[in-house]
Design a protein around this ligand. Structure first.
Ligand code: NCD
Length: 337
């Protein structure tokens, strides 16, 4: 299976996504990669997310997903993505079938194939939200369950498109634009799927520049670097905090992805060089009106002393926007919206 999934992963990158593009029509589509979105698709989704925010904040009853069941099939641990998808479905009047750790609680433990598991949940539900450790698994699931939307909630070190929806929405709320932005990404550009999808998103808009701060070993793969830069994104790779520019609109901090390393020794070797946001680092390099983001979990990324700083949005708007944007996405894929 690993091999089949990796081949699919290559397909994701190499071949055009044209057939899978959203082009303003979300209904029934699988959401596997951020590359399926156009700037206009973001605009549509953000407008609806504003409405969803009102529904969620005012606790208004909604029947947009009444009578619909969404399977949450999480082969990897999750707090925010699982919780916000579950809350999103329920806030819109739908129901969820919650399967966390299928390896232990489902027939996967008896040796059932990935494709069979996906077909079973296709039969029971109106959509599948999938998280899996293998890159390309979401594409394989979408190609298997063709009668309902499959949503990629993170596939290995590949992509995490719905995280990018909330990240871009958070930036748009703050700056009123997604072009002409300068950002700093720190941590694990090689393995972080949230970085991969967000760089795809930023590359759709003109004149964006990103600095990637990481240990040498965790730089983007050359393939990814060339992919994003060929789409017009300016990327500068740095390895020292001293090189952080002082004009960033946002910082996006990520943990080093321990589970993606082959051995604990390899992980320990890079983790000793990791970067941590402290009040002093912010004082030295950050603008007064920037925002500090983190997809979380925060594992050695940000000193808790920073939490009180109003620029720290990771436990504030960034978290809440995950609910609103996922409500909007589900409504567009499944609802009458
Ligand atoms: C991220 C993920 O799972 O990719 N978490 C999330 O969904 N917000 C980030 C991470 O695990 O580091």
């Amino acid at each position: 299976m690993q091999q089949v999934l990796s081949q699919t992963h290559n397909d994701v990158k190499v071949h055009s996504n044209e057939a899978r593009m959203i082009h303003g029509n979300f209904t029934g589509k699988a959401i596997v990669s951020l590359d399926q979105f156009s700037t206009e698709d973001f605009r549509l989704l953000f407008l609806l997310a504003n409405e969803m925010k009102r529904i969620a904040v005012n606790k208004e009853p909604s029947d947009i997903l009444a009578g619909q069941i969404v399977s949450l099939l999480f082969f990897e641990p999750s707090s925010r993505t699982f919780g916000s998808f579950a809350a999103a479905v329920k806030r819109l009047g739908g129901q969820t079938l919650d399967i966390q750790n299928p390896e232990t609680v489902s027939s996967v433990s008896k040796g059932e194939t990935f494709e069979d598991t996906i077909r079973v949940f296709e039969a029971y539900s109106n959509a599948i939200v999938l998280r899996h450790k293998v890159a390309g698994s979401a594409r394989l699931a979408a190609d298997t369950a063709t009668s309902i939307p499959v949503i990629n909630a993170g596939d290995g070190n590949n992509e995490h498109p719905t995280q990018t929806l909330l990240d871009l929405y958070t930036m748009f709320e703050k700056f009123g634009r997604l072009n002409n932005l300068t950002g700093l990404f720190a941590g694990d550009p090689l393995n972080s799927r949230t970085i991969h999808s967000l760089l795809r998103g930023l590359s759709l808009f003109a004149n964006n520049t990103v600095y990637l701060l990481s240990p040498e070993q965790l730089r983007l793969s050359r393939e990814d670097y060339l992919y994003y830069t060929s789409r017009g994104l300016r990327i500068l790779e740095i390895t020292s905090e001293n090189d952080i520019p002082t004009d960033c609109d946002f910082w996006y901090w990520t943990r080093i992805q321990r589970e993606r390393f082959a051995t604990i020794e390899e992980y320990n070797d890079v983790v000793k060089d990791k970067f941590v946001v402290t009040p002093e680092l912010l004082d030295t390099y950050a603008r007064k009106d920037m925002i500090l983001m983190d997809p979380l979990p925060r594992v050695g990324t940000i000193d808790p002393a920073v939490d009180a700083d109003e620029r720290a949005v990771y436990l504030r708007s960034q978290i809440r926007n995950g609910l609103y944007t996922r409500m909007a996405l589900l409504a567009l894929l499944l609802g009458k919206a």
